[in-house]
Structure formats: C-alpha cells, structure tokens
Design a protein. Structure first.
Lengths: 439, 295
C-alpha cells in the first residue's frame, strides 16, 4: 500500500517538474499567436484558369518557394509560410513593421509579361476615347511621385499578346553602368534568348513594357537587337528601384497569377491589449473559481484547487512542449478549462456526499465516489474532447489555438481531477484515520 | 455548504411548456435572420473589408460616417467600441478599406491608428463558411457515434437534437440582440456544443445507472429522479463556468466580447437543454414507440 502510494506520488511530482521545465520561463517557451503579437495573415490563391489539376499543385509549390524568398528578404522572425490544399498559400508574418509594404511584396508574385508598346497615334487616340481595337489593351504606367506613393500616369497602349513571359527568365540582378548609375541585368534561357533576339531585332526604337500583374513596371526602349539573351535595362533608377525591378523580373518565372483572397492586419497595440485583458480576465475567473470551491467544499475544495492549478500547469507545459501557439481564444480556452476542470471534482464530491448520506464510512464513500463518478467523467470528457479536436483539426488561426488548449486541458483534467486528487485523499484518510468527513 | 438538497422537481411533466418556450425563441430568431439577411454575418462569411481604428481623442461619429459616405462605396457600418468615442469598427464593401483609410488620413491626419484590418474575398468567405459547416457536421457525427456506443441510439439522437437546439437558440439571441455571426461565434458555438454535451452526458449517465439498478418502466419517474440527483452538480458546474465567462465578458476586451456573450447564453441553454430537450425527447420517443430502454 505504502510503496504503491509513493510511486503514485512520485508520478505527480515528476509531472509537475517536467511541465514546469517545459513551460518556464513562459515569455521564451510559449509561442504567441498573431492575434497576440500583431502582424499579418495572408491567404493567396493560385489562379486556376487554363490550368490542369496536375500542374496546379506544382505551380503552388513554386509560388511557395518564391514567396518564401521574398519573406526572407523582409527579415521577419518566425514567419509561417505553408501550402493549403492544392491552390492556396498561407503566410503569417508576426510583428511586421510595415504591413502594407509586406503585403504588397508578397502579393506581387505574379504574371510577368513583356508587351510591345504601340506608338500609332491614331490607335492611341481612339483607345483613350474608349475605343480599343481587338488585340490591344490600355494599361497605366505606375510611377512613384515625390512622396513615394505610386500614382497612375499616362496610360500606354499595348499589344495584348505578350512577346515573352517571365518563364524564360533565368536571373535578374542589379549592376552599374559606366557612369555609375544602377541598372538591371536580365538573363534569359536559350529559348527565351532566341525569341528575345527576334523581338528586339524587329522592333528597334519601340518600347517594350515589362508588365507585372497587369501593371507596367517599366517600359524601356529597345535600342538594338539583343542576342544571347543578355539584356541591360537602364534608366534613372535609384538603387532601391533597380533592386525592386530585378526582384520583379526574378519572380516573374511563374506563368500564372496569385490572388490575395484574405488578408488580416493586426496592429501591435491590439495584440498587447489582448494579452493584458485576456490574461487579467482569465486570472480573475480562475481566482473566483478557486475561492468558490473552498467555500463550498472546505478541505475538498482545496483539493480541487490543487487539481486545477496542476491542470493549468500541465496545460501550459504541454502547450510549450508541443510548440503550440497561444492565441487570444486560446487564453479564453484556458480560462474555460478552469470552469470545466472543476466539474470532474464536483461530480466526485457530490457523489461522495451522496454515499456519506447513505451511511457509508469515509473510506468507502470516497472509493465509491471516485468509482461511480468515473463513467460520467470519462463520457462527458470524451465528448468535449471530440469538439476540441474538431476545432483544432478544422479550425483556422486563432480558433485552432483554442481547440488545442481546450483538448489538452481536458486530457490534463482526467489526470489531475481523477488520479492526482485520489492519491492525496487516500493518503490523508489512511494516515489520519479520519472518522468523519467534512465535505 | 450545500445549495441544493434533495430536490424533487417534476421536470419531465412540464416538458411541453419548455418545448414551446424554445420554439418561440427559435422562431423569433429565424424571423430576424430572414429580415436582416446578409447583415447577420460578419465579413468572414460574406466577404468584405473590416477595419478597427482608434483615435487619440474623441471624435464625432456623424462626421466619420459623413467622410466615408462621400466616397460612394455602397453600404457600410460604423460601430463604436467602448464608451470613449475613440475606438471604431468599420465594415466596408470589398477592397475599399485602403481608399477609406487614405481619406481618413486626409481628414484626421496622424491622429488615429489602425488596430486591425481584414480584407476577405468572396471565395475565401465561401471556403470559411464551408469549413465551419464541415466542423459542425463532423463534430456532431462523432458525438452521435460515441453516444450510440456508450448509451443507445435514442440517447445519442436526444443529445444531438439538444445540441441543434442550443446552436439555434444562441444564434437566435445573437441575431435578436443585433450582433454579427463571425468566426469567433463559430468557435463559441463549438465550445457550447462541448459544454452542453458534457452536461447532457452526466444526466444520461445517471439515468443509465438508475435504469440498470431499478429496471423500472416508469420512465418519467426514472428521468425525474436522475435529473434531481444530478441537479446539484449541474448547477455547481454551470456556476463555476459562468463565473469565468462573466470575467471574460466584462474584462476580456472587445475581441472576446461576442465570444463570451455567446458562451454565457450557451451555458445557460446548454444546461437547460440537457433536461428539457435531450431527456424530454427520449421520454416522448419511448412513449410513442412503446419500447423499453436498452441500456
């Protein structure tokens, strides 16, 4: 009996120790979700039109890679970039400083095309009046104004059929011309080089627009026939502009479009506020429950409180150990676990009271109480666990975090409320030879 | 201390009154839903933009509305958070938030910060909606299967009908009180399902135990006895959970407001439905079909 007790007691101490180690210090070990630290959440969708199912998945992979590169360039710590289904990409960037710019850069991954600018005065005038001929399109050239904001300037008339797409691009990088101004170097693959040679040869003097996502990024003039697929784009670039154009060209190797179908920006102030308020409200909730239990069940209330404290410790320990993400609904989930966690003990204690009333001895009442409450506890906890797991598996973002804390809380509950409290009750009853139970 | 001692309420005898009560709320709620249409739903489920901005000092809501209205972007809503007149949630048509933010910047300068901005396209909202429905169905089916194994099919159906009841009642009260159904509400509903089924199972467990012990066919007496025996626990657990939810409601900030509001209603009705819906339905089923319980 004694050794058995010591083993059980050892298990409890070990669990406390492990969980404390996993969880402490909380600022370092517990990962906060986007809603708690601020940041952006973006869902992109690959445009499916004219694509086969098979190439779609591969395309999404490539887009994923490109987005990853861009996010790296942004220098965000702990970004999450993942594929969802066959055609979606989720990007989470916690603590981003300039959310607008980040979203812009991520979303830019798109269709890059080279289109000829039509310099026919007549056609252009007609197009401006809204009469655009078949096979042509009117596109705005976006340029930065003095305040650094992109403004639409004079539109250009383009041939709809692109001469070349981004898929032939091997590389693009920033270089410097003889006068020391930055320029952009473009390297095409073999096939691209052949097409480019032909296009440039036929259209010397004309402008070739670099169109990304239907927006003209630059429209350099073709000065000469360019063989071997090595072009240099010059202009009055700043280094920043040249770098941006190079990135545009590099990422253009994706023959389709990515649409941002969901974006959420959470300011750091809201995150901080959520942490404070979520923590405070949960703490108060827990304290009220703790006091209530002592008030209602006296010493057994203390026992339930011990179980509750242990429950929260295990919950936080497993969360940290699993590298789970704590979200605001997750904090609410922990608070709620407090409310529900005492349920198992309430079930047991009420049962013990019933057994005592039926005239059983303290020891027999306690045993019967735990034994008979077991079926109700396991059935009710498993059904709750089912909903918790469904939320975790099918939920998204903050809701997923909630499902996780709820599920772990319930599992911990079974251990603390049923196993841990029983060990202590048994020990007290055996050692103190209690004749009369006050519960 | 003991709050509830040896009660002997005739819950099952009065079940029809409570059927009517629940039906009334749900019918009222559904009428509200039909009248309000898309406005019942948050941007997560219908698409659109949502911004939460906080001004450094109190501003006039009417002027805020006027500035937005000038842009002719279609229907929008401005909702004030808190009582200080600084914090607002603005719901806008799809992809108009950047335009509006720029206008606000022109009018208010740097005197406000964007706390949150969401832009949700219709295709995303469709998949979010599908996901929510899928989560509900899978959750309910799993519960149905588990309870059928542990009890019997009638009990499982009783519990699941009670869950549908809870969802409908919470949604009804939510809509009647003018709140919107969004992702957080879905999380709250699923939590309520968890809580409600938990509560229902405890009552069922006692019915099962008493049924095995007594082998009685007087089901109304059996159910009443079991419900009265577990009543003390039912109320205590309800109370401790409500304590916590009230703290979340009053101290948890705006993000948790609707969430904890749902939970509050859900816990009350989840407890209620265990007795007056889940158990009551089994009684009526047993009466109609004239069969014995098989547990």
């Amino acid at each position: 009996m004694r050794t058995q007790f010591y083993i059980k007691f050892g298990v409890i101490v070990a669990v406390i120790g492990i969980c404390f180690y996993l969880f402490y210090p909380p600022e370092k070990k517990v990962k906060k979700g986007l809603d708690l630290q601020g940041g952006i959440h973006v869902v992109l969708e690959v445009e499916k039109e004219n694509l086969e199912e098979k190439s779609l998945s591969d395309l999404t992979e490539r887009a994923l890679e490109i987005i990853r590169n861009r996010v790296d360039a942004l220098g965000v710590t702990e970004p999450v970039i993942q594929k969802e289904g066959t055609d979606r990409i989720i990007v989470d960037l916690p603590g981003v400083k300039e959310p607008e710019k980040a979203i812009d850069i991520i979303g830019k991954t798109a269709l890059l095309e080279f289109k000829l600018v039509i310099d026919d005065e007549n056609l252009y005038k007609q197009a401006l009046q809204g009469n655009i001929q078949e096979g042509y399109e009117l596109v705005y050239l976006k340029e930065k104004d003095e305040r650094g904001i992109y403004r639409e300037t004079q539109p250009l008339l383009l041939k709809s059929q692109p001469e070349l797409t981004g898929k032939y691009i091997v590389d693009a990088y920033v270089g410097y011309d003889r006068t020391g101004f930055p320029d952009v170097n473009l390297v095409l693959d073999k096939e691209g080089a052949k097409i480019f040679e032909e296009v440039t040869g036929k259209n010397i003097g004309k402008r070739l627009a670099i169109v990304l996502d239907g927006v003209i990024k630059s429209a350099p003039q073709i000065r000469e026939k360019i063989p071997e697929g090595k072009a240099v784009i010059t202009g009055k670039f700043t280094i920043e502009e040249a770098r941006e154009l190079a990135i545009v060209l590099r990422s253009g190797a994706l023959p389709t479009k990515l649409n941002i179908i969901y974006q959420e920006v959470i300011g750091p102030s809201l995150g901080k506020e959520s942490v404070q308020k979520g923590f405070k409200s949960s703490l108060y909730g827990a304290i009220i429950v703790l006091i209530f239990m002592i008030f209602y069940y006296l010493y057994f209330g203390l026992l339930a409180d011990f179980a509750l404290a242990l429950n929260i410790l295990i919950l936080l320990g497993i969360m940290a150990g699993m590298k789970g993400v704590l979200t605001l609904p997750g904090i609410a989930g922990i608070a709620l676990t407090c409310g529900i966690a005492v349920d198992a003990n309430i079930l047991i204690f009420e049962r013990i009271r019933e057994e005592l009333k039926a005239g059983k001895s303290p020891k027999a009442s306690v045993d019967a109480g735990y034994h008979r409450a077991w079926a109700a506890i396991i059935d009710s906890n498993i059904t709750t666990l089912i909903t918790g797991l469904v939320l975790f598996i099918f939920g998204e973002g903050a809701i997923k975090g909630f499902g996780l804390t709820l599920s772990i809380g319930i599992i911990a509950n079974l251990f603390t409320a049923v196993f841990a409290t029983k060990v202590i009750v048994d020990w007290i009853i055996i050692n103190k030879k209690i004749e009369k139970l006050r519960i | 201390m003991e709050l509830i001692k040896n009660t002997n309420f005739n819950f099952m005898g009065k079940r029809k009154i409570f059927y009517c009560f629940s039906l009334l709320i749900i019918i009222l709620g559904i009428s509200f839903m039909i009248i309000k249409g898309e406005k019942n739903f948050g941007v997560d489920f219908v698409g659109g933009d949502l911004i939460n901005i906080e001004f450094s000092q109190k501003i006039d809501v009417a002027s805020l509305r006027r500035i937005i209205a000038q842009e002719n972007i279609g229907s929008f809503t401005v909702q004030e958070l808190g009582v200080e007149g600084k914090n607002y949630i603005i719901r806008l048509p799809q992809k108009t938030s950047d335009l509006i933010l720029e206008r606000l910047k022109n009018n208010f300068g740097e005197n406000f910060t964007v706390k949150r901005k969401s832009i949700i396209s219709p295709s995303m909202s469709i998949s979010l909606r599908k996901k929510a429905i899928k989560a509900f169905l899978i959750g309910l089916i799993c519960i149905l299967i588990y309870l059928t194994i542990r009890f019997e099919f009638k009990f499982a159906v009783g519990a699941v009908v009670a869950l549908f009841h809870d969802i409908l009642v919470v949604l009804s009260i939510l809509v009647i009180s003018g709140k919107q159904i969004d992702g957080m509400v879905i999380a709250a509903l699923l939590t309520i399902i968890g809580y409600s089924v938990n509560d229902t199972v405890v009552v069922f467990d006692r019915i099962r135990e008493n049924a095995r012990k007594t082998r009685t066919t007087d089901y109304i007496a059996l159910f009443n006895k079991s419900i009265n025996e577990t009543l003390s626990r039912t109320i205590l657990t309800g109370l401790t959970t409500i304590f916590v939810v009230l703290c979340l409601f009053f101290l948890g900030g705006e993000t948790l407001h609707t969430f904890s509001f749902c939970l509050l209603i859900g816990i009350i009705f989840g407890t209620y439905s265990s007795i007056f819906i889940a158990s009551a339905i089994i009684i009526d089923w047993l009466k109609r079909s004239n069969v014995r319980l098989k547990i």
